[in-house]
Design a protein. Structure first.
Length: 122
């Protein structure tokens, strides 16, 4: 299993360096590849803060990456719930991951964050 770091998967998403994007694409075609939750979180941060990409576009991008054959994500249901929360709220992605754990894994989240608490009352 090949684990992509954030820089590699960003080159593939952004297509801003053709040779690096091609190398990632070849790796995906040849191997089972893993995107850890930590890498997804960093991707969201970089795409939003550095590249100023809108939340809905980031959410759709991550959903698209998760649909690619040979790419695996730990806790895909958690990440999917987090993506949905991220696209529909102003919460940061880490808080959205907590929502994902609450919804998908039935965990109780202990927080003092009022906005997060509001989103957790489903």
């Amino acid at each position: 299993m090949v684990i992509f770091d954030t820089n590699a998967i960003l080159r593939y998403i952004l297509q801003d360096n053709a040779s690096m994007a091609d190398a990632v694409e070849k790796e995906i075609a040849l191997n089972n590849c893993l995107l850890p939750v930590e890498v997804i979180a960093e991707m969201v941060y970089v795409l939003s803060k550095v590249y100023k990409i809108e939340r809905n576009t980031i959410a759709k991008t991550i959903e698209g990456i998760m649909d690619i054959d040979h790419i695996w994500v730990y806790y895909p249901n958690v990440v999917s719930s987090a993506i949905s929360a991220y696209a529909s709220t102003k919460l940061d992605f880490i808080d959205c991951l907590l929502i994902g754990y609450a919804k998908s894994e039935d965990h109780t989240i202990f927080t003092f964050d009022k906005e997060l608490k509001k989103q957790l009352s489903f």
